[in-house]
Ligand binder design. Sequence first.
Ligand code: GDP
Ligand code: ZN
Length: 294
Amino acid sequence: MNNNSGIVEGIVIKAFGGFYYVIDGGKEWECSLRGHFRHEKQQVLVGDRVELTPRHGRAGVVEKVLPRSTVLVRPPVANVDQAVMVFALREPDPNPGLVDRFLIAASVNRIEPILCFNKSDLDVDTQLEFIARYGQSFRVLVTSAKTGEGLDQLREALRDRVSVFAGPSGVGKSTMLNALIPGLKLKTGTISDKTKRGKHTTRHVELITLPAGGLVVDTPGFSSLDLPDMKQVDLAGHFPEMAELQGECYFTGCLHDQEPDCAVKKAVESGVIQKSRHLQYLEFLGDLKGRKRF
Ligand code: GDP
Ligand code: ZN
């Protein structure tokens, strides 16, 4: 994007050796930072949208970081649009409580979740109920990184967006990224294999342009998660199927637990909200109640 002043707008895809690599359409710029960044101690993150002044060839100087929509800490990336949350349907069996904690974390970080249930090539008939638990309120993809099932839909979901992969270890995240990004060659296999082979290799986080379009963080994000701290009354806001009914309960600030005339509990009884999701919600609520606050 080149405007009249000669300033170019682009996205930082990696930082290395004091340089920031910025793409603008098909072009990649190798940039240094304008001096004020050092004085103001402002950090430039991968994923940042920046304005740069072109110099000779493909060299440039980053002048300014544009406001960020989101900031992830692990991996440190700005402006991620969506998180592909990968779980295996088998080996390891999915843990619904963990899936729900991931969904809450995405919601707290204002990142759209895409649930990706992988290893569909294994014996997964008994997992249909588990999959159905989410279909109503979330985007769900069923994939096999091994056979390629569902990967076209995944590529489509990644197009034109900035995405990060997340999920527990062993579910197939690395295998999937390798399938999506030709030449990536992330290590796959058992955890002990990976730590053995990968111990002394620190990876720099990088955004990779996918062949079909879209940017993806080349290293998977958080693998296990605690329930983020929050007020009990805010918890239901992170369950979209409950958030939808906000304001319809008799009591303001209803926690959808013991209160009479609760729209959420009615929706559970009539089957509109999955009972297992409500039970998980109540478990998290109890968890928050038990935490000492200040
Ligand atoms: P990560 O820890 O989430 O990055 O998982 P990996 O990509 O390292 O995969 C863990 C193990 O699961 C490896 O042995 C993979 O070969 C295997 N795996 C990954 N995807 C699939 C799949 O779709 N089906 C089957 N059956 N195995 C898979
Ligand atoms: Zn209620």
